[in-house]
Design a protein. Structure first.
Length: 416
């Protein structure tokens, strides 16, 4: 049964278990080093050992024609779903792109920015308990919208749907590899796997640990922990609320599904409804464990207290009853507003990205976007008049910092 907690118990419950990657880091560190030093030899060794790759395989790269053939095998209903979802994801991604601009900021001073795509990016697509073709859409489409010319995909045990979706999207470089060795291959490059500028996409603790250790060597989206949802509601349909909690809980036994409410009656009704719905849920074993270990209904004395909990928790997914609350929300990965906006809509087809920050990381950034695949480069152009106007400020600040050559680089241009 989903536990019901009083407000005074909320702080200790919401104090997340830290994303403990220390042990995973110890495991993956020698793997990363082996791939860095040995390239394909180490990569193939680990893929055969950990990913179930045929021991006779000489490469992990799939022929692009295999992807095209898989796309032709996709059923018509699945293809229609891809078309609907991809259209919305693409439209939303275009809206997220930063725009170039150049303006006259002062007399003789023009400044602005240009926007350039990354040269290469890689998407990591999990294919363990649940194969996730939707994650292909969420990672590849924003990179395509950004104009990334080389987009690679890694998935250790890709299903037909993953392979077919890759082919349908026009992916041409797909590698049957996973885990830390896949992340290392994209970070360092090997004889057959290109070095990329950024690696995105969710994964298990070993993938997260590898991304953490290699951040700086390669760009990453974020280090993700277990998935989570927080629902804030004073009233509502218990069946719909319980369904949303279970939709999150079925992901993983480490998932967290939390309802924050002012209503004790609603709390009891949702807890009972969640228990009833578990009876015929195919993923009940996973969901039940997630509800038992990491989930709860939290009773709060007021909506304001609930909002305070939301901002402290900074959930990956946040469900709220109306847009009236949006001005008060400071931290969340993605927000679902109203009774007809289930979290599943964002997971698949509303257009917003489902690769989102977890474990409180939503305090400092939002989800994956097309902006993650571009560089915003500042530009300035000064005329003699513009430089002369700025010279006193430049030279004064430079000399205050002891950087005489900086000051003289301005003065030499203005003499005579």
């Amino acid at each position: 049964m989903l536990r019901i907690l009083e407000y005074r118990q909320a702080r200790s419950f919401l104090r997340r278990r830290a994303v403990r990657l220390n042990e995973a880091e110890r495991v993956v560190a020698p793997i990363l080093e082996a791939v860095r030093k040995q390239g394909d030899a180490a990569l193939l060794r680990y893929a055969k050992q950990l990913d179930g790759v045929d021991r006779r395989a000489k490469t992990l790269a799939l022929d692009s024609e295999e992807l095209v053939r898989a796309s032709r095998e996709l059923g018509p209903e699945f293809r229609r779903a891809l078309k609907t979802a991809s259209k919305n994801i693409r439209v939303f991604a275009r809206k997220q792109l930063p725009k170039p601009w150049m303006e006259q900021l002062a007399g003789g001073l023009k400044a602005g920015q240009i926007v350039r795509p990354l040269d290469a990016a890689a998407a990591y697509i999990p294919s363990g308990r649940y194969p996730l073709p939707s994650t292909l859409l969420m990672t590849v489409i924003p990179a395509q919208v950004a104009g990334v010319s080389r987009i690679c995909v890694a998935s250790p045990r890709p299903s037909l749907e993953i392979l077919g979706t890759a082919g349908w999207l026009g992916v041409r470089e797909f590698f049957r590899m996973g885990g830390a060795h896949a992340i290392a291959a994209f970070a360092f490059g090997t004889e057959t796997v290109p070095k990329v500028d950024r690696i995105v996409g969710p994964g298990n603790a070993y993938v997260a640990a590898a991304k953490k250790l290699l951040a700086g060597e390669v760009g990453i989206d974020f280090v993700a922990g277990p998935t989570e949802i927080l629902i804030l509601a004073e009233e509502g349909n218990p069946a719909a609320l319980a369904a949303d909690l279970l939709a999150q809980a079925e992901h993983d036994t480490e998932a967290a599904a939390v309802l924050v409410t002012t209503s004790r009656r609603l709390a009891r009704a949702v807890a009972l409804e969640a228990e009833r719905r578990l009876e015929d849920l195919p993923t009940a074993a996973t969901a039940r464990e997630a509800l038992r270990r990491n989930s709860a209904v939290i009773l709060v004395p007021s909506l304001e207290a609930g909002i305070e909990l939301v901002n402290r928790f900074a959930p990956e997914h946040l469900s709220i009853p109306s847009t009236d609350l949006l001005p008060h929300i400071r931290s969340a990965g993605s927000i679902f507003v109203g009774p007809f906006s289930p979290e599943a809509a964002g997971d698949y087809a509303s257009g917003t990205n489902h690769v989102l920050p977890t474990s409180g990381y939503a305090r400092i950034r939002g989800g994956l976007s097309a902006a993650d695949f571009v560089k915003v480069i500042s530009v300035q152009q000064l005329s003699p008049k513009g430089l002369r106007a700025l010279a006193p400020a430049i030279t004064t600040l430079a000399r205050a910092e002891g950087l005489e050559a900086h000051a003289r680089s301005v003065e030499v241009r203005l003499r005579g």
